[in-house]
Design a protein around this ligand. Structure first.
Ligand SMILES: [Zn+2]
Length: 90
């Protein structure tokens, strides 16, 4: 996981690849943590959401995880896929 500027819009993102034995999923996330309302809005918009754990681990959030560990749970933050507008602060 590293902070990286988006090549299209220039905004700071959190990028990396999950480290699991089942599948390695690449991700590019907006860096600002979201609350439960923000996660709902992101999900309705078709963006995936991810948990960033204080350990540095990153996991894709499933419906079951969203229900049992809502955004705002201690020791983790929730972030959505980067919503690139193609224009931003350069
Ligand atoms: Zn972008």
């Amino acid at each position: 996981m590293e902070e990286k500027r988006c090549r299209r819009c220039g905004l700071l993102t959190v990028a990396g690849c999950t480290d699991t034995q089942r599948a390695a999923l690449p991700y590019v996330l907006d860096p600002d943590p979201m609350d439960a309302v923000g996660e709902l809005q992101a999900t309705v918009a078709g963006r995936r959401t991810w948990t960033l754990h204080s350990s540095g681990a990153v996991h894709l959030r499933t419906a079951a995880v969203i229900l049992t560990r809502p955004a705002g749970t201690p020791r983790q933050t929730v972030h959505a896929d980067h919503a690139c507008t193609g224009r931003g602060a350069r």
